[in-house]
Design a protein around this ligand. Structure first.
Ligand SMILES: Cc1ncc(C[n+]2csc(CCOP(=O)(O)OP(=O)(O)O)c2C)c(N)n1
Ligand SMILES: [Mg+2]
Length: 336
């Protein structure tokens, strides 16, 4: 238990202006339409290897990253990474080109869906090893502290990853060294086909830092303004030198674990109950209409975003594959 340690303030739902909410709405819709397009390109055989879609979880990346400073802070995540890159303002064209293994891709077409990087944006991947980003993110936080650059690392991981040993070694060091890191646990209720009920002895993931004195907050990850409100509290805590904090974002993925998963381990009713009653984009859409944004304006935004996706897909398809000589670049053959 946290004992006498100070606790973070209870977050409140972020009071966004119409312009801010409109911006979050556009970003969430951009992620949704990007992922739908990626799903189509996968179906056409244009994307090789694994492809994990973020559909349903958009409010998490947008709510958290809209509160961060690109270039100063850092972000690291697992293989379900397209949404986090888009939420950090990275061009959909170079992400789509990466998915399709093209020369103009953000990792020169050599990383694919799971291994994308942009040091320029402070985006450190894209990691296929479940839980690896927790230890690496803790290292990024150490870098922020050591170089006194004022940055914070946001390290995302899933409910499945939260059962990994290296997560707890990282928690221990982060609290001991007071590192500026937000551990964002995206609890989408499943790790591949295994539900939280079947795998987690403590299913309230926000409590997982208690034996390390790390406070945690549980958040409705299907509501972008709830997420943004929690981001404010977490950033305030970490930036003021109080060390790490855990956010558990309760969310849901609508599609299978990856494109090759028929998702037979859950019922259609369960998926529909999230899709129809809690969808983060529908919720923001309804709220914007209450704020006076017309349905026509919202439809127009969707049209514009769909056009961006058509352009991104065309850019990717028209771009060549990398030269075979690229196989010999970006390979570590000597010590640093
Ligand atoms: C160390 C390791 N063990 C197992 C796997 C296989 N694997 C890939 S994704 C995954 C499930 C992870 O689920 P979760 O952390 O909940 O993330 P989500 O896919 O739901 O975003 C597993 C077991 C892996 N990639 N790495
Ligand atoms: Mg999961």
């Amino acid at each position: 238990m946290l004992g006498n340690k100070e606790r973070p303030a209870q977050p409140t739902r972020y009071k966004a202006s119409k312009e801010e909410l409109l911006d979050y709405y556009k970003q969430m819709l951009l992620i949704r339409r990007f992922e739908e397009r990626a799903g189509q390109l996968y179906g056409l055989g244009l994307i090789g290897g694994f492809c994990h879609l973020y559909i349903g979880q958009e409010a998490v990346a947008v709510g958290l990253q809209s509160a961060m400073e690109v270039g100063k802070d850092s972000v690291i995540t697992g293989y379900r990474d397209h949404g986090h890159m888009l939420a950090y303002g990275i061009d959909p064209k170079v992400i789509m080109a990466e998915l399709t293994g093209r020369e103009a891709g953000i990792s020169k077409g050599k990383g694919g869906s799971m291994h994308m990087f942009s040091v320029e944006h402070g985006f450190y991947g894209g990691h296929g090893i479940v839980g690896a980003q927790v230890a690496l993110g803790t290292g990024l936080a150490f870098k922020h502290q050591y170089s006194e650059d004022g940055g914070v690392c946001l390290s995302y991981f899933g409910d499945g990853a939260a059962n990994q040993g290296q997560v707890y070694e990282s928690f221990n060091m982060a609290e001991l060294w007071n590192l500026p890191v937000i551990y964002a646990i995206e609890n989408n209720h499943y790790a591949m086909g295994t539900s939280v009920e079947r795998s987690a002895s403590e299913p309230d993931f926000y409590k997982r830092g208690e034996s390390f004195q790390i406070p945690g907050i549980q958040v409705d990850g299907m509501d972008v303004l709830e997420v943004r409100g929690a981001a404010e509290v977490a950033l305030d805590w970490v930036r003021s030198g109080k060390g790490p904090i855990i956010l558990e974002l309760k969310t849901y993925r609508y599609r299978g674990h990856s494109m090759s998963d028929p998702a037979k381990y859950r019922t259609r009713e369960e998926v529909d109950s999230y899709r129809k009653q809690q969808d983060p984009i529908d919720r923001a859409n309804a709220e914007l209409q209450e704020m006076g944004v017309s349905e026509e304006e919202l439809k127009e935004i969707d049209k514009e975003i769909k056009a961006i996706m058509v352009e991104a897909a065309k850019f990717a398809e028209d771009n060549p594959e990398p030269e075979p000589s690229e196989l010999y670049t970006d390979v570590l053959v000597e010590s640093y």
